[in-house]
Design a protein around this ligand. Structure first.
Ligand SMILES: [Zn+2]
Length: 61
């Protein structure tokens, strides 16, 4: 059986997230706190998520 969705918990705001199947290394945005989260691992339909440090884009101005 293949799960139709994956679940995970945002490490920042602890919102429960349900998303289409994703692979390790893919990223998503938390709808609550808008942080970018990366899938570190998938285990039994649950994702282990980690915050991604998003570097501020500095265009040299
Ligand atoms: Zn969040």
């Amino acid at each position: 059986m293949t799960a139709a969705t994956l679940t995970g918990t945002c490490p920042e705001c602890e919102t429960d997230l349900t998303v289409p199947p994703m692979g390790e290394g893919e990223t998503l945005s938390c709808p609550e706190c808008m942080l970018t989260l990366r899938v570190e691992a998938v285990e039994d339909g649950r994702m282990h998520l980690r915050m991604v440090e998003v570097a501020l884009r500095d265009w040299g101005q």
